[in-house]
Design a protein around this ligand. Structure first.
Ligand code: PRT
Ligand code: ZN
Length: 286
């Protein structure tokens, strides 16, 4: 059988859709039937396993899958012998300490001798040890946010993204233990064939991710303002400048980073740029 790369992704949940979208954006078409345990790609030697996120590090460690997509929070809690290959920029959240809205909290020393409910006992234990605090960790498997309300704990440590779950349960976020996002993990020792396929996949992932943060920009500029306008547009090498049919005017093409985007647009306008078009880029190969 020819060499294939086996990837484990979440079967359902918060990372499922973005993981599939990433593969799709990398030009990988999966055969139908994503509700099954596994599927494969039509146009890339890739087999996809659908698993619970908590099991993914173990499958990769045991070489049942070569690579996987999972949150950093799961990796650090599970402590498996796997390697992080690439941050993927989605599934962002933080693992935070929260206490009752009206509780006094003056710093981590306020946790001394308290009861903390969490689904992340290993990370919490490490945090307490680092801070030299002794507290009782109460491991529960879900709905951590109700623990203080029912008298099970004085504080909780849980994942937070918008903060609305904490707010709705009368809790207040007081300290962050870990920032997390989805990452691509790999078995530490892949065969030469799998290693080669992983490099191909990583090349595509980086191109897709770079493109997501970059826009293609086209504008018209009076020639006497070109120098000033070009100085605002770094481009990949330098901007492309083409003459317009109307004498004295040029069309300038370049790429801009999404983060600098509005700032640059304003400066371009005040420098005399007109007819500014901004379009998404699908892939970006540098
Ligand atoms: O079934 P399976 O075991 O695969 O899934 P799961 O239920 O264990 O995980 P899932 O799908 O909830 O989350 C998968 C991963 O998404 C997590 O391991 C994180 O890496 C990431 N992620 C990002 C989050 C959140 N944001 C998040 N907000 N995981 C969980 N939450 C929960 C949090 O536990 C809390 O209950 O959402 C609630 C808080 O959200 P806000 O927006 O109200 O703050
Ligand atoms: Zn899970």
């Amino acid at each position: 059988m020819s060499t294939r790369l086996r990837i484990a992704i979440q079967k359902s949940g918060r990372l499922h859709d973005d993981s599939l979208k990433l593969l799709k954006d990398c030009g990988i078409d999966l055969k139908n039937g994503i509700n099954k345990l596994k599927t494969e790609a039509d146009n890339f030697p890739l087999e996809v396993f659908f698993l619970r996120d908590d099991d993914i590090p173990e499958y990769v460690e045991d070489a049942v899958a070569d690579i996987g997509i999972v949150g950093e929070n799961v990796i650090y809690e599970k402590n498996r012998a796997i390697t992080i290959s690439e941050k993927l920029g989605f599934g962002k959240c933080r693992l935070s300490v929260a206490v009752g809205r009206n509780e006094i909290y003056t710093g981590h020393q306020s946790l001394q001798n308290k009861k903390i409910a969490t689904t992340y006992p290993i990370l919490v234990e490490r945090f307490l040890k680092e801070k030299n605090i002794s507290a009782e960790i109460h491991e529960i498997s879900g709905s951590v946010e109700i623990a203080p309300g029912i008298g099970l704990a004085d504080a909780i440590v849980d994942l937070v993204s918008s903060g609305s779950t904490l707010f709705m349960n009368g809790l207040r976020e007081v300290e962050t233990i870990l920032h997390s996002e989805a990452v691509l993990i790999r078995h530490p020792e892949l065969g030469a064939g799998q290693q080669h396929l992983l490099e191909k996949l990583l090349f595509r992932i980086r191109s897709v991710r770079k493109a997501r943060h970059t826009k293609y920009i086209l504008l018209n500029a009076p020639n006497e303002k070109l120098k000033e306008i070009i100085a605002l547009l770094p481009g990949m090498k330098s901007p492309t400048v083409l003459p317009l049919a109307e004498a004295g005017w040029s069309s300038v093409h370049s790429v801009v980073n999404e983060n600098d985007f509005w700032e640059i647009i304003e400066k371009l306008k005040s420098a005399g740029a007109q007819g500014i078009l901004v379009v998404p880029i699908e892939k970006m190969i540098l």
